[in-house]
Design a protein around this ligand. Structure first.
Ligand code: ATP
Ligand code: MG
Length: 315
């Protein structure tokens, strides 16, 4: 019950709890009044209720509590900011789009360019916020049927223009794949992140260099495979083990390092995996492997009843 009420005022509780830690480490568990907090606040009372009276506080328990609160407060802050920013960005995108369109209609190239710049920055910010929301688990995707090729085609068409303007050849080889039950919006985010990373893989490389990105889909042995292969900068061996870590980026201020962390979480929610193969300087291949309906059924059963045993063969 007490912990439930603690949740109500996470932020202030967190700061007060931190203050308690300082008090304990500097002067033992003395009365907060001793450093100028004359009246005991509700939060202090709550803390005392959780950790006991002045002389019986367990320092280790308090530290662990503060650590856990810190993580949940950060997650809470991140998701709140991301959620509210999303609402603010939407009208910016809409207005910039409208401005760009009307400037183009009257042949005002200067303003069309300015609106275009606002639009692409706002879209980038939107993408970041969407990733942050997904990362902090407050991103909400609706369950539905995943039509892989449909999603891939829509993401590809979104990027066609940018790829063209950068001289990147985009080759799609989409084959018959079965639909699965899952989160179409989530997988669209995954494919978007992959397309974006492949595009960035050519940043800073000589113009005349070959630039080919292949997107493939196929169904093999009860799995749907989606591949994104590029012949860009590739990934250093030392970076490979870290690229799925949240906030790990080699793009400096241009990257945030959450695209792959989010992608992995979403693919996992489809019982899937992301495999990566890369040679530094030659390119990278990301393979998303998602079990089809039959394979998911087997996995579900195995989770509940343990691995299936094959019937003993008769000689
Ligand atoms: N196709 C690729 N080619 C080369 N490196 C890649 C590729 N895809 C991912 N990486 C490496 O993995 C790192 C992490 O990728 P991730 O998408 O998580 O973050 P990011 O692209 O840096 O930033 P953002 O969060 O904006 O997507 C990248 O910084 C890059 O070093
Ligand atoms: Mg990325």
């Amino acid at each position: 019950m007490q912990l439930l009420s603690v949740r109500k005022d996470k932020l202030s509780l967190y700061f007060v709890a931190n203050l308690y830690i300082i008090l304990i480490s500097k002067q033992g568990y003395s009365n907060p009044g001793a450093i100028g907090m004359s009246e005991e606040s509700d939060i202090e009372k709550e803390l005392k209720a959780i950790f006991g009276p002045d002389d019986s506080v367990d320092e280790d328990r308090l530290s662990r509590f503060v650590r856990a609160e810190k993580h949940s407060v950060l997650g809470f802050l991140v998701s709140s900011v991301a959620h509210d920013s999303n609402n603010l960005i939407t009208p910016i995108i809409g207005l910039a789009e409208a401005g760009k369109r009307s400037a183009e209609e009257i042949g005002d190239t200067e303003n069309a360019f300015l609106y275009g710049t606002i639009l692409s920055s706002a879209e980038k910010l939107n993408e970041l916020m969407r990733n942050l929301l997904n990362f902090s688990k407050r991103g909400e995707f609706t369950r539905g049927t995943v039509y892989f090729n449909q999603l891939l085609n829509s993401v590809i068409s979104l990027y066609e223009f940018q790829y063209n303007s950068k001289g990147i050849k985009l080759v799609a080889d989409l084959n018959d794949v079965p639909e699965v039950d899952g989160y179409p919006g989530g997988l669209e985010t995954v494919f978007t992140n992959m397309m974006q990373n492949a595009m960035h893989a050519y940043g800073g490389l000589p113009k005349e260099r070959s630039k080919n990105v292949y997107v493939r889909s196929y169904h093999k042995e009860k799995y749907v495979f989606i591949e994104f292969e590029d012949d860009g900068c590739g990934i250093k061996e030392t970076d490979l083990p870290r690229i799925f870590d949240a906030w790990y980026t080699t793009k400096g201020s241009k990257g945030h390092g959450i695209g792959l962390a989010v992608a992995r979480r979403i693919v996992k929610s489809h019982w899937g995996k992301i495999l990566v193969d890369s040679e530094y300087g030659k390119g990278a291949k990301f393979t998303i492997r998602i079990p089809d309906k039959h394979a998911v059924q087997v996995m579900r059963e195995e989770t509940f009843f343990g691995p299936r045993r094959e019937p003993a063969s008769e000689n």
